[in-house]
Each structure stands twice: as structure tokens, then as C-alpha cells.
Design a protein around this ligand. Structure first.
Ligand code: ADP
Length: 263
């Protein structure tokens, strides 16, 4: 067909001269689309076999009929199956976030309720190794996609747990001002060297692959957060001191908020 995607670049020279470069990026665009579809299809197709394997493994373990010396191997098989399941789910979610329409969510989400829910989930991941507190200065209603907002809020809280292996306080905080709403998660964990910060939201980028894998990470969490934020006109900032801890902040524009008291 003849629908083409063109990219134009204009450089001005003085008053009345300019250099215009027009590039045909149709092929690049189509390839990118194919890559996304491929990842989405593969992830989707892998879900059924994984469910079957996980189901039979669980049945076998519960039956008590597996040979005794198979306890460990079976345990590892379940663990790796669970890992693969979360990887496939994250890949599918990411592919969906990349393709579907931007700014489509119209759910009205209470920030306080979302934070309480996320804190509860983070507490069960932490198994009492951290003191997780919620400070919601003023409840707001966020407009967006409830499921996506939950994954963004939760990912930061789970990372705070995963990357503070020695425990310590974790603070979930919400502030609203003229510039918008700010959700931050502060931990007293391992911290991040500044050189890594610009790359954290790349797919599969990890500062320490071993540690990430050990803590059940897929390397896709912050890539998912980034895409959720793009779809909500929001952005993320990171402050961190290696060995001291990190603060991740999500900034939402005022247009996405209403004060809960005035709703
Ligand atoms: P993962 O599944 O590996 O946790 P993420 O995309 O969520 O993947 O995070 C990417 C990397 O950023 C992690 O592997 C880790 O190195 C680093 N990171 C994320 N959050 C924190 C944190 N709170 N403290 C220290 N490092 C972090």
C-alpha cells in the first residue's frame, strides 16, 4: 500500500535558508511493529504450556508419591516455572503497553487505597524484614488505568524490598502541590551508582544480574513503569546513594488529579 511514514528534520541557516531532510521510516516502523507482535504472540503462546507444567508439578509434589531424592529437583523445577511465568507475564504486559492507545485509562483511583494495598503486598514480600510505612499527606483521585497504576506503584515498592537485603525502613509517600502529584518510595538499601541511573528503565538492564535473579526479578519492572508513566503523561526521577539507599519518585501532572475531599 502507499501509506508511508515520513520523518522530517529542518535546520535553519540565517533568515531565508533551510536544509530539509525527509526520511522514509516506514520500513523501520513496520519492523518495530513486527517485533512487538512477535513478542506478544510468543508470550501468549507460552502461557498454556507453563500452566500445564506448573499444575502437574504441584500435583506431584502434593501427592507425596515422588521419590524422596526428587524433593530438591522438583522444588527447583517449580521455582523456575514460576520465574518463567512471571517473565512471560511481564513481557506480555510490556508488549500490550507499547501497542495500545496512549492515555486511554479513565478509572478513578484513590491514591490512599492504592498505597495501602501496595504496602500490604510489599509487607508479605518482605516477610517482616522491613518496616513499611505509608504517608499520604492528602488523598487524591488519580485518573488513569487502575491496573497499570497498580503495577507502577507496586513495582517501586517491591524493588525497595528486593534491594534492601538487610531490611530497614521503607517509606511510601504521596504529596500533591501546584506541580502535580508525587508518589515516592524510599529505601535504606544497596543504592545505585549514578552511572547506572539513566539506563534503569531499559528492558533487562540490571546493575547486578545475579542479585536481581536471586530476588526473583525479571529485569522488566522499571521498563513497565516507564511505559505506564508515558501513558499517563507522568515521569520518574531517581535519587540514590550507593550503600545508603534510593528514592524513586513518580510525578503526575495536575490534570490527572482531583482532591479526594472535593470529589
Ligand atoms: P529487576 O526485575 O531486576 O528488579 P527492574 O527493571 O525492576 O528489574 O530494575 C532494574 C534494575 O534497577 C535492578 O536490577 C536493580 O539493579 C536496579 N534497582 C531497581 N530498584 C532499585 C532499588 N530500590 N535499589 C537499588 N537498585 C534498584
Amino acid at each position: 500500500d502507499d501509506s508511508r511514514i515520513l520523518q522530517m528534520e529542518v535546520t535553519r541557516f540565517g533568515q531565508d535558508e533551510a536544509l530539509v531532510i525527509v526520511r522514509d521510516v516506514t520500513r523501520l516502523h513496520n519492523l518495530e511493529q513486527m517485533r512487538r507482535d512477535f513478542v506478544a504472540n510468543v508470550s501468549h503462546e507460552l502461557r498454556t504450556p507453563l500452566t500445564v507444567i506448573a499444575g502437574y508439578l504441584e500435583t506431584l509434589q502434593a501427592s507425596g508419591q515422588a521419590p524422596k531424592n526428587w524433593d530438591r529437583p522438583l522444588g527447583q523445577m517449580s521455582e523456575q516455572t514460576a520465574r518463567m511465568t512471571s517473565l512471560v507475564n511481564d513481557l506480555l504486559l510490556l508488549a500490550r503497553l507499547e501497542t495500545s492507545e496512549r492515555d486511554s485509562g479513565r478509572d478513578r483511583v484513590s491514591v490512599r487505597e492504592l498505597m495501602e494495598r501496595v504496602a500490604g503486598e510489599a509487607r508479605s514480600l518482605s516477610a517482616d524484614r522491613h518496616e513499611i510505612s505509608v504517608h499520604c499527606e492528602e488523598d487524591c483521585i488519580l485518573t488513569g488505568d487502575a491496573g497499570e497504576l497498580h503495577s507502577a506503584f507496586a513495582n517501586l515498592a517491591f524493588n525497595a524490598v528486593k534491594y534492601s537485603p538487610d531490611g530497614g525502613p521503607i517509606e511510601l509517600r504521596w504529596k500533591a502541590d501546584a506541580a502535580g502529584g508525587h508518589y515516592s518510595v524510599k529505601d535504606a538499601g544497596i543504592g545505585i551508582d549514578p552511572m547506572h541511573i539513566p539506563r534503569l528503565t531499559e528492558r533487562f538492564y540490571r546493575v547486578d544480574a545475579g542479585r536481581s535473579r536471586e530476588s526473583g526479578g525479571t529485569g522488566l519492572g522499571l521498563a513497565i513503569v516507564k511505559h505506564v508513566l508515558l501513558r499517563h503523561n507522568a515521569n520518574m526521577s531517581v535519587a540514590s546513594v550507593p550503600g545508603r539507599g534510593s528514592t524513586f519518585t513518580l510525578n503526575f501532572p495536575p490534570q490527572k488529579l482531583t482532591l479526594a475531599s472535593s470529589a
